[in-house]
Design a protein around this ligand. Structure first.
Ligand SMILES: Cc1cc2nc3c(=O)[nH]c(=O)nc-3n(C[C@H](O)[C@H](O)[C@H](O)COP(=O)(O)O)c2cc1C
Length: 306
């Protein structure tokens, strides 16, 4: 039996395959396709204190090797998540992480308090949200703001604290370090890249129709950026890293493990292949067996020449 388990600084996964926030619902939405309890963990869609309707208009744009989304943090709010979705996760024995979004530090603090009292074991803090009190600059673009946010959440929340970094920065190292220094247990990276989808169509009556969708780019096309970010983060932090960005097959997973990821999340690829996660768990097991190894930890060491 191959041991695929991962111990992320105390948060245990039966295997390293997680699903990325916003691409997997809140609980058992993929139940028709796979047994969700077989995954390392699912990460919920971002949850805020109040329910949100999200953006109106075009929200998705298909692009070469990926997609652009501007869903705008549509979600059911933390109270409804706890009353309606959490019981499903518990009943079905699904390991989960709650992804948190907010517009002020106070929002995050309040959400962290609720998560703490509801017994939620792990949260992933989405720092790609605009900080309304600081000119709407994302929390995750300034190491001081990120450090402050992390330490305020850490004071309240005793569970497993993941800070999810945005790639829309030049100095990812300072941000990762700031999260670690202020109490994060783990870093996940990356969130989507800022992108613009443009479509120009000539209509049958010879008019020009233009569509613009400004949002977050995800999918296979972002993998090289994500690999680079994970490698740079690994060089400066000691806490575990969850690699995210364009993962679609077993080779991608090996690449992320090689550059320093301890676990991985699959996002956009779930939309094309809803059973991709289970396939990859099986393929990972076979790779480890084919190398005559017994565990994921041994594979990681081999990939990293340790
Ligand atoms: C439709 C959609 C919604 C998303 N919503 C969230 C979200 O609510 N919170 C978050 O932290 N990331 C969100 N993300 C980002 C993903 O979790 C992930 O970081 C990103 O898509 C890169 O991974 P991928 O290339 O495998 O999709 C969303 C991505 C997509 C495509």
């Amino acid at each position: 039996m191959v041991d695929l388990s991962v111990n992320l600084n105390g948060f245990k996964l039966q295997n390293p395959i997680m699903t990325a926030s916003g691409t997997y619902g809140y609980a058992d939405e993929y139940d028709d396709f796979i047994d969700v309890s077989k995954l390392g963990a699912i990460v919920t869609k971002a949850i805020s204190i109040e329910p949100k309707k999200g953006n109106s208009g075009e929200r998705l744009f298909e692009t070469y090797g990926g997609m652009i989304n501007r869903i705008g943090l549509e979600n059911l709010g933390i109270e409804e998540f706890i009353s309606k979705k959490l019981p499903i996760l518990k009943e079905k024995n699904i390991n989960y992480v709650m992804n948190l979004a907010g517009s002020t530090v106070e929002d995050y603090i309040k959400a962290a308090e609720i998560a703490q009292s509801a017994g939620i074991k792990a949260i992933e803090v989405n720092v790609s949200c605009p900080n309304v009190k600081q000119g709407c600059l994302e929390f995750g673009t300034n190491p001081n703001s990120l450090g402050h946010l992390t330490s305020e959440i850490r004071k309240i929340y005793k569970g497993f604290l993941i800070i999810k970094l945005t790639p829309n920065v030049s100095d990812i190292e300072s941000l990762a370090k700031s999260a670690e220094d202020n109490g994060a247990d783990c870093i996940s990276a990356i969130n989507t890249l800022k992108g613009l989808g443009v479509k120009v169509e000539i209509t049958p009556d010879k008019k020009i129709k233009k569509t613009f969708v400004q949002g977050g780019l995800s999918g296979r096309c972002i993998k090289p950026v994500a690999l680079s970010m994970v490698k740079r983060i690994k060089a400066v932090v000691n806490i575990p890293i969850i690699g995210i960005g364009g993962i679609a097959n077993i080779e991608d997973i090996l690449e992320f493990l090689t550059v320093g990821a301890d676990a991985i999340q699959i996002g956009t690829e779930n939309f094309c292949h809803p059973d991709i996660t289970i396939k990859l768990i099986n393929e990972l097991t076979k790779i480890i067996e084919s190398l005559n190894l017994e565990s994921l930890d041994e594979l990681k060491r081999k990939l990293r020449d340790e």
